[in-house]
Write a protein that binds this ligand. Structure first.
Ligand SMILES: Cc1ncc(C[n+]2csc(CCOP(=O)(O)OP(=O)(O)O)c2C)c(N)n1
Ligand SMILES: [Mg+2]
Length: 771
């Protein structure tokens, strides 16, 4: 790689200053200048930005190639906007509306910001780790022949040092080591301050050890060139400096030159006299704050030197709030300059009052050509990449034909059949699972399609002729990415693979499997995937107390409620295999549709007798969230409403009660989530003059307005009890409200009131209330 000319370093320094000014000004404008109607604090993080403007200038205006993708630490968002403002791809209007409705977002957002944002960030740690999985996806696409070498890039995470406390980062690097991930740069803004305080000194020497042992190269950028030179000439100064704690250093950075002098004089006496003599207070402060992360020469050289694909951790020492009046103050995380301080900064940076938004204000005429040339040469995308949708034909998915089957087994069969039938869709499916591939019935698919490995991995057991149902060899055409047991990694893997159309222009159909209760373990990562509009199919199985003897700790209760509250994720809970097949087909369609979303299937290991269908009329309603499995007589006074694996109990109760309760209906709910969304959407539409009732209103209006509903789910009863609010019908909700335990189904259903007796009692209850 060409070494940049010296003038480039000067131009980069000027751009660093521009970023420091523009990010501080954008936040100041939003807080102190823009009108506020509601008196709410707007906020923003001037100190977090000032800490890494040099790093981002060196990265964006020098190091990044056109295919490189970056996750910017959430509180550095304003710098990213300033960069695009300088590049002409962000508008002044959006900056003036920072944190306002429709303006530049507080934290970089793929979907809401107008500038190209490669990865959204906000929940610290997740933006870091997703870059690792995106790099794995890049390797996957290359291995499968979908990405040319010229389109490959590097994945960069800009990380706040306190983010390193998030455990998901370590889960990710362990997984990355197993998969030999490459092309990663993780750059730590090592300002040694978090939100609350300065960071613990004891972790100082640990992070590099942790990363090295996972196969990373660690590059520490501790001192800038000037400070390094001074330390070279004065070894005593270096050893004194290095024994200061984080808190002491930060305090001195905040207090400035006079405090440094007093401290050095007091502790080093005569030894330091000549050195102190040669520096006035300002020069002293300037020298001792010349840390690696603020020194353009140091940054540029470090980035130039890392020109291979070895995953690299840069620890760039910085000062939080560098160059601002609260630099180094432990309370500066959300600190905002007041107007007087801002005016002083403006003057110091050569910005004329009234010209604050001028992109290159303060850059002298002589320097301008160099700065303009650097901006022109900057290779990062100015525009968002058009999202690639509609590229794959979704073929019909037939349902397995067995008379009795579980939805989990049917899922395995459907994937096996898809694999055998072959075709574009099957080739684009990539499956992944955190060590529950076999127990979620993905084994047969993996036998067919193989594990993904960049280098061939023989199946030693098969070679040794040891009998096993799992024939797992790995190679670069494999389609299953096996993960260790870390559910957060599963969701980040799904997020990265679910963005492959956006990041690489090639649509994948990612399917992840895990046990339903363990969704909670990776919940924030799941939310993070949905927030970015990644598209995937999540298959959670087994679920509920229907697991029986398998026991309490594996029995999920609240995931349907989680799904009810999770945007971007559609919950389906099938009872029968044909419903499941229709849902999988729909999920694939939603993955490849501009207005689609991800799908969560909640499946069960319970074998149940399949129902006879006269025709396909159930299908459309099932995909919309529910259908009448047994039609009520119009105006009926009661219905059983059931979801998923408990359908046999609901059907049996319906059979038993229909003589006594004429017109009794049985509503099969396939998605409380969709029914609820449809209901609220129709309400909102009514206020805009549209009168079409929602699907759930249409279903329930077949009953009398005073009808009673007995709802039944192997889940928290609140998943369905809200149905009573739709038309004001009475509800007796049955479901699971206490932690599960082991037992056979009959005992468990009796204990948790999911059996026929409970349904009968509940129907009696609602009818009695009517009387
Ligand atoms: C998961 C999560 N927990 C808590 C927060 C609130 N939070 C935002 S920034 C921050 C500390 C950040 O410190 P650091 O990563 O060192 O960034 P700096 O601002 O110092 O660059 C915290 C706790 C968050 N955004 N995400
Ligand atoms: Mg920090």
């Amino acid at each position: 790689m060409l070494k940049p000319a010296t003038t480039d370093i000067e131009a980069l320094k000027l751009l660093d200053e521009r970023l420091r000014w523009l990010s501080a000004w954008t936040i100041h404008h939003a807080n102190h200048i823009r009108d506020s109607d509601d008196g709410l604090k707007v906020g923003g993080h001037q100190a977090s930005c000032a800490s890494m403007t040099a790093i981002m200038a060196a990265l964006y205006f020098h190091a990044l190639g056109e295919n490189d993708r970056v996750a910017v630490k959430p509180h550095g968002g304003p710098i990213l906007h300033a960069i695009h403002y300088l590049l002409g791809s962000q508008s002044r209007e959006a900056l003036e509306n920072f944190r306002g409705f429709g303006g530049a977002q507080s934290y970089p957002s793929r979907t809401k910001d107008k500038i190209p944002v490669d990865f959204s960030t906000g929940s610290v740690g997740l933006g870091v780790a997703i870059t690792l999985f995106a790099s794995l996806v890049q390797d996957y696409l290359t291995a499968h022949g979908w990405l040319e070498d010229k389109d490959r890039g590097r994945f960069v995470a800009l990380i706040g040092d306190a983010e390193l406390d998030e455990g998901n980062i370590y889960e990710a690097i362990i997984e990355g080591a197993k998969h030999d991930v490459r092309n990663l740069w993780w750059i730590i803004d090592y300002n040694r301050q978090s939100l609350d305080a300065t960071s613990a000194d004891r972790m100082f020497e640990r992070f590099d050890e942790i990363f090295r042992s996972c196969g990373w190269r660690v590059v520490e950028l501790r001192y800038g060139q000037r400070l390094q030179k001074a330390f070279g000439e004065n070894a005593w100064l270096k050893s004194w400096f290095e024994q200061l704690s984080n808190a002491e250093l930060s305090a001195l950075h905040y207090q400035g030159g006079a405090a440094w002098r007093k401290r050095i004089e007091g502790e080093l006496g005569k030894k330091a006299a000549a050195f102190l003599e040669a520096h006035d207070d300002e020069a002293l402060a300037k020298l001792l704050t010349d840390l690696g992360g603020h020194c353009m020469g140091t940054l540029v050289r470090a980035f130039d030197d890392a020109d291979d694909d070895v995953p690299t951790l840069f620890i760039a020492w910085t000062i939080k709030g560098f160059g601002l009046p609260f630099a180094g103050h432990k309370d500066n995380h959300a600190g905002l300059m007041n107007p007087t301080q801002l005016a002083a900064l403006r003057d110091a940076m050569g910005v004329r009052e009234g010209h604050e938004w001028e992109p290159l204000e303060g850059v002298g005429d002589n320097a301008r050509t160099g700065v303009d040339a650097l901006l022109d040469r900057t290779r990062v995308a100015r525009e968002k990449r058009a999202r690639a949708f509609g590229s794959v034909a979704i073929t019909p998915i037939p349902a397995p034909a067995d008379d009795e089957q579980s939805t989990q087994a049917a899922f395995g069969r459907i994937l096996l059949d898809l694999s055998k039938a072959g075709g574009d869709l099957a080739d684009r499916i990539v499956t992944t699972s955190p060590d529950v591939t076999v127990s979620t019935n993905l084994g047969a698919w993996v036998n067919q399609r193989g594990l993904f490995r960049r280098t061939d991995m023989p199946d030693i057991f098969a070679q040794s002729k040891i009998v096993s149902a799992q024939k797992w060899s790995g190679g670069n055409k494999g389609q299953h990415i096996e993960l260790g047991i870390a559910e957060s990694n599963l969701f980040l893997m799904l997020a990265a693979a679910g963005l492959s159309g956006d990041l690489f222009g090639t649509r994948l159909f990612p399917i992840g499997t895990l046990y339903d209760p363990f969704i909670a373990r990776g919940l924030d990562s799941l939310n993070y995937a949905c927030y970015q509009d990644a598209r995937f199919l999540l298959v959670a199985t087994p679920s509920g107390i229907t697991l029986g003897p398998e026991g309490g700790a594996h029995q999920s209760i609240n995931p349907p409620l989680i799904a009810l509250g999770q945007p971007g994720l559609r919950h389906y809970e099938p009872a029968y295999a044909d419903e499941l097949a229709a849902m999988i087909e729909e999920a694939f369609r939603l993955i490849d549709h501009p207005a689609g979303e991800s799908t969560y299937l909640r499946l069960s290991t319970r074998n149940i007798r399949q129902v006879e269908r006269a025709d396909d009329s159930w299908r459309e309603d099932a995909l919309a969230g529910g259908y009448w499995l047994r039609e009520p007589v119009p105006g009926s006074e009661a219905a059983i409403v059931a979801m998923g694996a408990v359908m046999p109990e609901a059907l049996a109760a319906w059979e038993e009660l229909r003589g006594d309760v004429p017109g009794l209906g049985l509503l099969a709910v396939t998605s409380p989530d969709l029914l609820h969304r449809g209901w609220t959407a129709a309400q909102a539409a009514r206020w805009q003059g549209q009168r079409k009732p929602s699907h759930v209103e249409q279903l329930l209006s077949r009953l009398s307005p005073t009808a009673g509903l007995v709802t039944l789910a192997d889940a928290a009863p609140a998943s369905l009890s809200w149905l009573g609010g739709v038309l004001g019908q009475r509800v007796a909700p049955l479901g699971v409200e206490k932690f599960g335990q082991t037992g056979n189904l009959a005992d468990l259903y009796a204990a948790y009131r999911l059996d026929g007796a409970a349904i009968t009692e509940a129907v009696a209850e609602v009818l009695l209330q009517n009387g």
